[in-house]
Ligand binder design. Sequence first.
Ligand code: PMV
Length: 333
Amino acid sequence: MEKNNPRFSKRSFRASPDVALIKYWGKKDPILRLPENNSISMILKGLDANTTVEFREDLTKDDIAIQGMQSEIEGRRVVEHLDLIRNTTNIFAYAQVKSKNNFPKSTGLSSSGSGFAALTYAAFSSLGLEFSEKELSIIARQASGTACRCVCGGFVEWESGFSSESSYSHSIYPADYWDLRDIVVILSKDSKTVSSTEGHNLAKTSPFFSARQNHIENKLKEIKKTINNRDFTAFGEIVESEALEFHSILFTSHPSIVAWYPGTIQVIHEVFRLRKEGFEAYFTINTGFNVHVLTLPKDANVVRERISALSLVQEVLVASPGEKPNEIYDHLF
Ligand code: PMV
C-alpha cells in the first residue's frame, strides 16, 4: 500500500443510465466483455446514479454501500472493478464507496451502466488521475457493457472492436441534437429473474441469433440515418422492431427467457392504440419487464397520462437525452 498519498480525495459523480436503441446482445469475449455487435443508445437525463468514492490509506478492505444492494454479487462486482482500477493505475489503496439511485435497480433499466460509469469517474478522480473518455469507457466496459456507453453523453455508439483497446464508446450526436422523450414505465421493482450476464451467454443458443448478425450492420447504418435526419417515425419503427427481434431471441434461447410481465403487454397495446390515434410513440424493452416508450415532446403529456392510467403500471418517469457523467459536490458520506 502507498502511504499518505496526497493526491487522494473524496469525489462524487452523477451518471445516467441509457436506453439501448440497437442492443448489445452476446459477447465474443466474455472476460473482456467484447460484444458481438456495435450498439447505439441514448443517455437518459432524469434518471441518476450518484456515487461517492474515497481511496484511503487507513482502510484494510474496501467499504461498499450500494443503496438497496440486492445481493453480495453486486458488492463483489464493485470490488472487482476497484481491483481493475488498482491494477491499471498501480495504486494499491482500498476505497470507501457509497452509491444511490433515483430509479429501481436490476429491473432492465441499465442501473449497472450508470452505477459503474459513476464509479469509474469518481474512482479516477479520487485517485487524482486524469483519464480520457475513451480510456474510461474501456475500463467501465470491463465492469458492465452498458457502462461502456454511459461514460459518454447524448446519442452513443459502442464500437464492438476486436481487442480491449478497440472496444469503447463515443458520442455520435450530442444530447441537444434531438429533443426526445423517454417515458420510462415501471411495472415492478422486483429484480429480474435472469441477469443480462446470464442472458448474453445464451444468445447463440437461439436459431434467430445468426439471422440478427446478418443484418445488424445495416440496421446500425439505418438508425444513424434516422437520428441524423431527426426522422422520428423511421427511428421509432427501427427501435421497436429491434426490441421485438431481441425478445424473439430471448424467447427462443435454451433455456428460454421470457422477461415480460402482463403489464409489459398492456403497455405495448396502449402504444399501438396511441399510434392509431395519431400520437407518435414506440416502445423498447431490455432484459427486464419494464418498458421505455419513446415519443416527441409534443405528444409526451398525452403518452405519459395514458400509460400512467393503465392498471398494471406502478410509476412512470420522464427522461430526455442526457449528458455524460458530471462531478457533484454533495458527497454521500
Ligand atoms: O450491460 P449488460 O450486461 O447489462 O447488458 C445489456 C443488455 C441490453 O440491455 C439488453 C442491451 C443493451 O445494449 O443495453
